[in-house]
Design a protein around this ligand. Sequence first.
Ligand SMILES: [Zn+2]
Length: 291
Amino acid sequence: MGAMAEGAMRFLVEDHEVNGQLVALGGCLRPLLGHGRPGPLQRQLLEQAVAAVMLGASLKDHSELMLQLQGGKSAPLSYSVLNVREDLSFYGSAALREGATLGSDEGFATLCGADGLLAVTIFPRDTAQRPWQGITPTGQPDFAACLEGHFQQSAQLMTRVLLFCDPALPVAGGIMLQALPGAGDGAAESLGHLSTLAATLTTAELAALPPTEILSRLYAHERVRIFPLQGASFRCGCSRDRCLGTLRMLPRQDLAALRARGKAEINCEHCGRRYVIGAAELDKLLSEKSQ
Ligand SMILES: [Zn+2]
C-alpha cells in the first residue's frame, strides 16, 4: 500500500445542488498527538485539523485561518488552537486547565462544557485589511455539530459536517456537504440523503483508499464532479531565530540566570522540537542588552 493522499478534495453532487469537501489526513497528524496529551485532547486536535483544512480549502484570498476552541468556565479544556495557511500546511496546540482531570473516553461536550466558544479567525492576504472573526457557542453534543452552527451563522447555507478520527493509526477525516446558494426546496432532503451515505465511511477506508475512490464508493449512484486534491501537511512555524527573538525580550536578570546555568532549553509547544541555546549565544544576547 502506498502513502496515503492527504488533503482536501472538493466535489459537486450535481443532481442535488450540493457542494462538498472531503478531507483525509494521516501521518501528518503525528506532531499533534505528542507531548503526552490525553485521548480526548488528541481527538479534539485531530478533528480540529480536519475542520481547519476543510475551511481553509473552501476559502480564497486569505493568508491564514485560525480555529480556536476555548473551554467553558468549569470545563477541563483551557484552549485548543489550529492554524492553517493558504497552502493547507497547519500547526496547532492544546492544553487542559491546570489541575483538570479528564477520563480517557470523554467527548467534546465534557471537554468544552456548554459555555465554551469556537472562534474562527480569517487573516486576509492583504494585511491592510482587518481579520474577520466568527464566534459560535460550543453547547453541542459533538464538534461536528458545533461546526455546522458556525457554517449556518457565517455562510447562511444549510451545511452538514461529518468527522472521523482514530488517533491510534493516526487517521482523521471529514465530509462537508453544503447546499448551493439558491438551492431549491429539496435541499434539506438532499443533505439528509447524502450525509446518511457519508456516515457509512470508516477510518480504515479513509486510511486505505484514495479520496476519489472514497467518493465514488459513497456516492456510487450519484453524478459527482470531482476537483483536484489540494495537499495538506504539518509545518511548524518555529525556528532557532524565533527562539532567540523570545530570549531577546527577556529582562536582563532572567537572561543572566540562564547564562549562569550554562544554556537555555526551549521546547516548541506545537511540534515538540527542542532548541538548545548555548553559552556563547547567551553571552551575545547579554552584550546586546547592555548596549
Ligand atoms: Zn515547532
